[in-house]
Ligand binder design. Structure first.
Ligand SMILES: C[S@@+](CC[C@H](N)C(=O)[O-])C[C@H]1O[C@@H](n2cnc3c(N)ncnc32)[C@H](O)[C@@H]1O
Length: 314
């Protein structure tokens, strides 16, 4: 395994217009595709926005940074997941040229990403929902500090206050694998999406079974999504169980070998010491081995057409 850093584009001297773009495939990322993405125009644009967002909101993000991380883009899987979601939304916008598109960031935490989307397309109205009520204060501080704004609605994704068919796009990044009752969330997404609407979902898979979510459960989650949303825009044919056996997929073990700063966890030694200090038996030695997977699905249109049903849309 090489020692090159995959945290930033490999050649920072490349100007945006000199970079190529790649279409990000659904499913589990391959290491070569991941490296190519990091040198792409889309990634550079996203990174530029994210870096500025963090610089402008450093103080406002301190508390959230203690809960998870302040710089969410520079995490092993997010470098792939945000561009995947971005490309799916971009494809929908260029296909339908909507005057207005209501978007739900389901289980949003706090990140630059919903702001990046609204700054890219005027037609987008992004609502962020998370059951962590304390995030409301962070959102209102960030909103007051930027030209673009998003709505934050605290709440549980299993039962939301929005009317049927309210959103034309729902994206849900690394959330479902942490919710035991994800079937209820999937039902809620079905209710909330307008006919022809787009659902983009990403989730982690714990290859060694030490974290959320074991491979068999991940396959079950994907099957449930496919059953509820039979119109698949992008998701691979092979099973997740087959794909995780491949040696060239992106994993946290690979990332640990190239740039540990992209992992959200303490080093294995610090984790063991902290377990011993708290009189707990360490569950394992070394970094957890995770991969992630990304899928784009759609709600069936009423009349078989691709038209999104929403006021103000084409
Ligand atoms: C791993 S974080 C991902 C945050 C964000 N999507 C991102 O891209 O960084 C998972 C988020 O899901 C939220 N969450 C978990 N269960 C939830 C539920 N039932 N309803 C709403 N939010 C939930 C958590 O509070 C947390 O912010």
């Amino acid at each position: 395994m090489g020692r090159e850093s995959v945290a930033v584009p490999l050649d920072r001297s490349l100007h945006l217009s000199e970079r190529c773009n790649m279409k990000i495939p659904a499913g589990i990322p391959r290491i070569d595709d991941y490296k190519t993405l990091l040198t792409s125009e889309d990634f550079a644009r996203i990174e530029q926005y994210s870096n500025r967002f963090i610089q402008l909101n450093r103080d406002r993000l301190t508390g959230y940074g203690r809960k998870w991380v302040a710089d969410s883009l520079h995490q092993w899987s997010r470098q792939w997941e945000y561009p995947f979601v971005f490309q799916q939304v971009e494809a929908l916008v260029s296909r339908t040229s909507p005057r207005r598109l209501r978007v739900l960031d389901a289980g949003s935490g706090v990140s630059f990403f919903p702001y990046f989307l609204t700054s890219t397309w005027d037609a987008l109205e992004v609502t962020c929902m998370d059951h962590d009520k304390s995030l409301a204060g962070v959102y209102s501080q960030i909103d007051g500090n930027l030209d673009e704004s998003v709505d934050f609605v605290p709440g549980d994704l299993r039962r939301t206050p929005f009317p049927d068919g309210h959103f034309q796009v729902i994206y849900c990044i690394s959330v479902l694998e942490h919710i035991g009752e994800y079937e209820r969330v999937i039902e809620e997404f079905q209710r909330l999406l307008s006919p022809g609407g787009l659902l983009v979902v990403t989730f982690d898979i714990s290859i060694d079974g030490s974290a959320d979510i074991r491979p068999k459960e991940a396959q079950h989650l994907l099957n449930s999504l496919r059953k509820a949303f039979p119109v698949v825009t992008q998701t691979p044919d092979d099973t997740l169980l087959d794909a995780i056996r491949d040696s060239d997929i992106l994993t946290t073990q690979y990332i640990a070998g190239v740039d540990k700063h992209l992992l959200p966890w303490k080093s294995p030694l610090v984790s063991v010491l902290s377990c011993l200090r708290n009189r707990r038996i360490p569950r394992r030695w070394g970094y957890k081995n995770l991969t992630c997977s990304c899928h784009a699905l759609a709600k069936e249109p009423c009349d078989g057409s691709e038209t999104l049903e929403a006021d103000g849309n084409v």
